[in-house]
Design a protein. Structure first.
Length: 257
């Protein structure tokens, strides 16, 4: 099992906190966000970890990781940033945003999924938005799934937004076959949509990871949801970060229960 962490962005909503640091290098308790992620992954038996850098790349310098550089991080978005490490997307691979904190039990539950393409979604997601005035609930990357947790829709702009099953937390898992399908359809979409609108993005260059997942669904690939109830948090705004610092404890992220 490998892990690829997308950490190229600045995190503009964190204002002064990210003037000289990438968002993932902000400290929560005694570790940075990225160090928490890596600690949880390694405690779950995942040691082959790659990080995609961009903004203030030299400030992300943790040992025992492989690094890739998105030289166009100012001009593209999460999907194309991810593909800077496309050679790492093979066999069993977890792909993660770099601005989320999650407990070990989330990874343990995710690893149990046997599907080729899986995503983690919090079905108790609305609690995350209590008091988050800087990040309203309308901006959630939601999922809607049907029988057997098979995804039908994913993204911020869904036809079934009001019926959302949960919130995508920013983690997907690909088996070897799933990785091949993901990369093949990415190349197909790139040929067809470069410089053009793509799912919810104005252009393919600015596509989110959720746009690619929706494209997989549209092309007939099965994507399945792994349901969790809490056990994670997103660090997107100043309020998010300051609350995480107030709440921080090692047990929050490395505990199983």
């Amino acid at each position: 099992m490998k892990a690829v962490i997308i950490a190229a962005g600045k995190g503009k909503r964190l204002k002064h906190y990210t003037e000289t640091l990438p968002k993932c290098m902000l400290k929560v308790g005694d570790k940075t966000i990225l160090e928490w992620q890596i600690a949880v992954l390694r405690s779950s038996g995942i040691n082959d970890i790659s990080v995609i850098r961009g903004y203030q790349a030299d400030r992300i310098n943790l040992s025992d990781c492989k690094y890739y550089f998105n030289e166009r991080y100012e001009f593209n978005n999460i999907l194309n940033s991810l593909m800077c490490a496309k050679n790492e997307i093979e066999s069993d691979t977890i792909i993660s945003y770099s601005d989320i904190l999650y407990e070990r039990k989330v990874v343990a539950q995710f690893l149990c999924s046997s599907h080729e393409i899986s995503v983690v979604a919090d079905v108790d997601w609305k609690k995350q938005y209590e008091g988050r005035d800087e990040h309203p609930i309308s901006e959630a990357e939601n999922v809607f799934w049907g029988e057997g947790n098979r995804l039908i829709e994913i993204g911020k702009k869904m036809d079934r937004k009001a019926e959302a099953t949960g919130e995508f937390i920013g983690m997907i898992k690909l088996s070897g076959q799933g990785a091949d399908k993901f990369k093949k359809l990415y190349e197909q979409a790139k040929r067809l949509f470069w410089g053009k609108p793509f799912i919810s993005a104005n252009t393919f260059e600015n596509a989110y990871l959720t746009d690619m997942i929706q494209y997989l669904i549209n092309e007939g690939e099965d994507v399945y949801g792994v349901a969790i109830e809490g056990g994670w948090r997103e660090i997107d705004t100043v309020a998010d970060y300051e609350k995480a610092c107030r709440d921080a404890s090692e047990k929050d992220f490395l505990s199983v229960s």
